[in-house]
Design a protein around this ligand. Sequence first.
Ligand SMILES: [Fe+2]
Ligand SMILES: [Fe+2]
Length: 244
Amino acid sequence: MKTTTIYEDEVRSWIMFGRDPGKADSVIDTNQYLVTHRDRGMLVDPGGTEIFPPFLTALSNSISMDNLESIFASHQDPDIVSSLALWLGIMPDLEFYAPSTWAGFIAHFGAGRLATPIPDEGMVLPLNGSQDLRTIPSHYVHSSGQYGLYDERAKILFSSDVGAALLPPTHSEIFVQDFDSHVQYMEGFHKRWMPSNRAKNDWVRRVRELDIDIMAPQHGALFRGDDVGRFLDWFEALEVGVAA
Ligand SMILES: [Fe+2]
Ligand SMILES: [Fe+2]
């Protein structure tokens, strides 16, 4: 599994794990993220059971497991967090945050305990004393209970399945290279998996108020610089909730 540092300063880092050439073709490719603050880490959407072994191997080259503090699950899907029981099996003391609406459903992934619930309005996720990591409500933009994660310090928005692209295996780039040609890999997914134009447009309006250098989705390439605005313009104009 490929490991890419997408941000680093004296106290904070973001590392992306994905694009595993050894991944089974039957599972969709996912981006897993590790955020650290003064060497302590949070896993952002740790992924499914299928990718747990290669992710654990890659992760242990980036951080000591003793320094992992928490897991954040943006929503309930299996590609987001079906690995939960495996993580808590090796690190039972990990803090685990998930949408309040999904806590009882996510418990079916076998964690043996309930998540710390994130309320509908969102919350600050503390990491080693930091207070600048905030969940951004994105309910009904995809899942009925879903959050992005905004890092005010790094100016990164982890956007969960918003901005997701299903890239062919030949496309291994980390950042979007040519927005216009990238649209073909996003369009079908966004039309089908985003149920509400109203929720989508409200999300776009709120996200435009954030200062964002990088928008990092859970699938496909990341948006950097002007491509963040290009994505917001494209998404705002797109009619979603379309099944055909
Ligand atoms: Fe999803
Ligand atoms: Fe996903």
